[in-house]
Design a binder for this molecule. Structure first.
Ligand SMILES: N[C@@H](CCC(=O)N[C@@H](CS)C(=O)NCC(=O)O)C(=O)O
Length: 327
């Protein structure tokens, strides 16, 4: 684990001292957009036109942010159009690496580079910042389009529709305000909230994260008692942003990040909803539980110094969810 400073790798853990023991996630550095015609998107520069075979996703199957991108690639029928490299689940002093001695760790299938930081350095030799996944890479310009998952999923949602003919819309214009509102609470208290609880280095930082986290789970349990998905009877990006945290909750966050007031299986609606999403076509293949369990328990030495992987409950994600009649 570390970061680049002026193109040089430094092995440093997250700094929580300057923030009273609280974990603060840094901003993504590359914010361009792929668009149907190559015009500039809401941020960054233009010139990234949607084309079959031109783009590549660097992911970790363990990472909830990268998982969003993999899910949108599957939902939007982009598997034949966007290629993927998956890192090894262990993120140690060199950061993400391309070792292949783990199932489904592909190596860097584009350039054969050893570390994820080398991909960043190929785009920007004097790069400063964290080396995160996902990364959406342009093979033509040999640079990073974006390393911000919330924006990558919005590009995948629509930019390639003319190529795939898949017009399923997870970011519908008439619901954007409401989706943003739900996203904001879920991001702060859950997606990032589990990290704030898990990486806290003071009791007060943990306390400040853990109570809002379970308040949000209680709120979601209630909301999902009358509605199949967060926004009604159709899936939106809000569901998929929530899903990647829910699927990691019982196997990882409950124990490893001390989010243990309750498990997802203790909430009937949230648990059935998680299975409903899991059983959506193409999604199960994006869930690699061996990467998820291995990454967190093996990589976070300060939390789990002996790197022992827990036995974990056996969860049946394929059990009938019974939520169809709500639609
Ligand atoms: N803003 C990014 C965050 C991605 C992120 O933090 N990924 C984690 C993996 S779960 C990572 O690569 N961390 C490495 C680091 O922080 O050094 C996004 O949502 O795309």
């Amino acid at each position: 684990m570390g970061k680049l400073i002026d193109g040089v790798w430094h092995d440093v853990w997250y700094d929580t001292k300057s923030s009273g023991g609280a974990f603060k996630r840094s901003e993504a550095a590359f914010r361009n957009w792929i668009t149907a015609d190559g015009s500039a998107g809401p941020s960054g520069e233009g010139g990234f036109e949607a084309e079959s075979g031109r783009y590549h996703l660097y992911v970790s199957y363990a990472c909830p942010w990268a998982h969003r991108a993999l899910i949108f690639r599957a939902l939007k029928g982009l598997s034949d159009h966007i290629t993927v490299s998956a890192v090894h689940p262990d993120m140690l002093s060199d950061g993400w690496h391309f070792g292949t001695d783990f199932d489904d760790a592909t190596g860097d299938t584009l350039y054969g580079l050893p570390f994820m930081r080398d991909v960043y350095l190929k785009a920007l030799p004097d790069m400063s910042g964290r080396v995160t996944v996902p990364v959406l890479w342009d093979k033509q310009r040999e640079t990073i389009v974006s390393n911000e998952s919330s924006e990558i999923i919005r590009m995948l949602n629509s930019a390639f529709d003319g190529i795939t003919g898949n017009t399923d819309d997870y970011w519908p214009a008439d619901q954007r305000g409401a989706i943003e509102e739900v996203n904001a609470r879920i991001y702060d208290t859950l997606n990032n909230g589990v990290y704030k609880a898990g990486f806290a280095t003071t009791q007060s930082a943990y306390d400040a994260a853990i109570h809002p986290l379970f308040d949000t789970l209680d709120w979601l349990e209630q909301r999902l008692s009358t509605s199949r998905y967060l926004m009604g009877d159709k899936q939106t990006e809000a569901d998929w942003r929530l899903f990647t945290t829910l699927i990691r909750f019982d196997p990882v966050y409950h124990l490893h990040f001390k989010c243990n007031r309750a498990r997802i299986i203790d909430y009937p609606n949230l648990w059935a909803y998680t299975r409903d999403l899991y059983q959506t076509k193409g999604v199960a293949e994006t869930v690699k539980m061996d990467h998820i369990v291995r990454h967190y328990h093996y990589s976070h030495e300060s939390i789990n110094p002996h790197r022992i992987l827990p036995i974990n409950p056996v969860l049946d994600y394929l059990a009938p969810h019974g939520r169809d009649p709500m639609a």
